[in-house]
Design a protein around this ligand. Structure first.
Ligand code: HEM
Length: 446
């Protein structure tokens, strides 16, 4: 399931700790040695993610020239809006009441979507597993993030997002966007107008702490409503882009391997509690907060899924010359790339001596370590736990799970995307016919 470029980069990189690709317009340094990653991360102000984000604002999201000037001001300073935002997000998305609140909302949505898979007569329901997962996770995630005025409640907004998402890179690179990407541009403008309505309707006031604080921070930097709406499209990319494919791969790995399925189920059954409701009906309940500390097999499966399927390149821009580790000259104006597949498959880092935490790049690292990692891990593990406890899932075609190819994965994707969907039959388990109750973190304290 590795792409051609993965294989080439691993072959070439094997000989050097870092190597240079001289492209016609830019010099690119590929960080091959895992030991060099902390050195790159320490230089986060000058080997920086900020100019990449500032440029994406203009090229991909259509931020105004005035807004772009604000984004590009003082690129190395905490007064820059991009630099200043990440610590705020890391604080509000850390374990605590606001995170619990997001997980709780996501769990409510997921419970309702799974209820729709259960038929009273016990007959199976047929779904396309990727399509279904992508939609349900998008709804759960955006409801949790954007709150009750979530624009994604409108199917046309989800559909515009699906048109825009795979075209992120072509929008970023093309100087002739109306000619090369007319549909993506139209979708982006539709999303921008939906988010303008969201902002004018005071959407952030009832949203997660993530959106509330990010919005307040950006307002304090003087951006217009039109630019603020475009940042919400950027937030959509950060929050939806990876969660749905991760949830799908985790479902795929758990259900396609009877040993893993058996072990995960046994671990979860152990955590479930039985009770009788006032009418004497049996109810089974699972406290979702236990999944973080007591579901080590499922947690390991998530981590391994991320290790094997994430493909993000983590691109940085050199704002100044820098001599990395006193040895390797990084020239101003060059790009630095820390490719996940390279580090996630390094035998040096993942060999027999046990794994190296620096080599796990699925959530990035250093200053730009993903602030959404606690939320997405809690949401995805809850989603898979609910499915595994309530349903059996089997492919319709020949009853066999066949590993999908991923050759058509868009270049900007953070995870491999299956080329073909898999049609499956979902059947409520014998013991799933009783009531399941999933208790969310922090429930009762709201
Ligand atoms: C499985 C799910 C996710 C994965 C694998 C993931 C991965 C990443 C990675 C690798 C980065 C660093 C990018 C870089 O340094 O180049 C990042 C940044 C970030 N992530 Fe996540 N993420 C996930 C889910 C989320 C969620 C659910 C949220 C918010 C609710 C979120 C919010 C962010 C933000 C705000 C950043 C900072 C930069 C940006 O806007 O892209 N992420 N994420």
């Amino acid at each position: 399931m590795k792409s051609h470029s993965d294989k080439v980069s691993r072959k070439r990189g094997n000989r050097f700790p870092i190597y240079t690709l001289r492209l016609p317009t830019v010099r690119v340094y590929i960080i091959h040695a895992t030991e060099l990653i902390p050195a790159v991360q320490r230089q986060w102000r000058t080997v920086s993610f900020t100019p990449i984000m500032a440029n994406a604002g203009r090229a991909v999201l259509g931020v105004s020239q005035t807004g772009t000037d604000i984004l590009r001001k003082d690129l190395t300073s905490d007064s820059n809006p991009v630099v200043g935002l990440l610590p705020i997000l890391s604080r509000v998305m850390a374990p605590g009441p606001s995170l619990d609140c997001m997980v709780r909302r996501a769990a409510e949505i997921m419970t309702t979507s799974m209820d729709r898979l259960k038929r009273g007569d016990g007959a199976p329901v047929t779904i396309k597993l990727y399509e279904w997962t992508r939609h349900e996770i998008l709804m759960a995630t955006t409801e949790a993030v954007f709150g009750p005025k979530n624009p994604y409640q409108e199917p046309a907004v989800e559909s515009a997002w699906r048109t825009l998402e795979p075209s992120y890179l072509s929008l970023a690179l093309s100087p002739l966007k109306p000619l090369t990407s007319p549909r993506a541009l139209q979708a982006r403008e539709f999303l921008a107008s939906s988010f303008i309505s969201y902002l004018e309707n005071n959407g952030p006031a009832t949203a997660s702490a993530f959106i509330r604080e990010a919005h307040a921070h950006n307002v304090s930097h003087g951006f217009t409503t039109d630019d603020l709406a475009r940042f919400e499209i950027g937030h959509s990319h950060a929050v939806i882009g990876s969660t749905a494919p991760t949830a799908w791969w985790l479902l795929w790995h758990v259900y396609s391997d009877p040993v893993v399925l058996g072990e995960v189920r046994a671990e979860l059954e152990e955590l479930a509690a039985d009770s009788l409701d006032p009418l004497g009906e049996k109810t089974r309940s699972l406290d979702l907060s236990l999944l973080t500390s007591h579901a080590s097999i499922l947690q390991s499966a998530l981590k391994e899924t991320l290790r094997v399927h994430t493909i993000s390149p983590a691109v940085r821009f050199c704002l100044e010359d820098h001599l990395l580790e006193g040895k390797y000259l990084l020239r101003k104006g060059a790009l630095v790339i820390v490719p996940q597949p390279l580090h996630h498959s390094s035998t040096f880092a993942w060999g027999e001596k046990g794994h190296n935490h620096v080599a796990f790049r699925a959530f990035g690292g250093g200053h730009t370590l993903c602030p959404g990692r606690h939320f997405s891990a809690a949401e995805i593990v809850a989603f898979v736990a609910m499915m595994v406890l309530r349903f059996d899932v089997a492919p319709k075609k020949a009853g066999k799970w066949v590993a999908p190819t991923c050759e058509k994965t868009p270049m900007v994707a953070s995870l491999q995307i299956p080329d073909e969907d898999v049609e499956v039959e979902v059947r409520a388990r014998e013991n799933g016919r009783g009531q399941w109750q999933f208790v969310s973190p922090g429930a009762g304290k709201e």
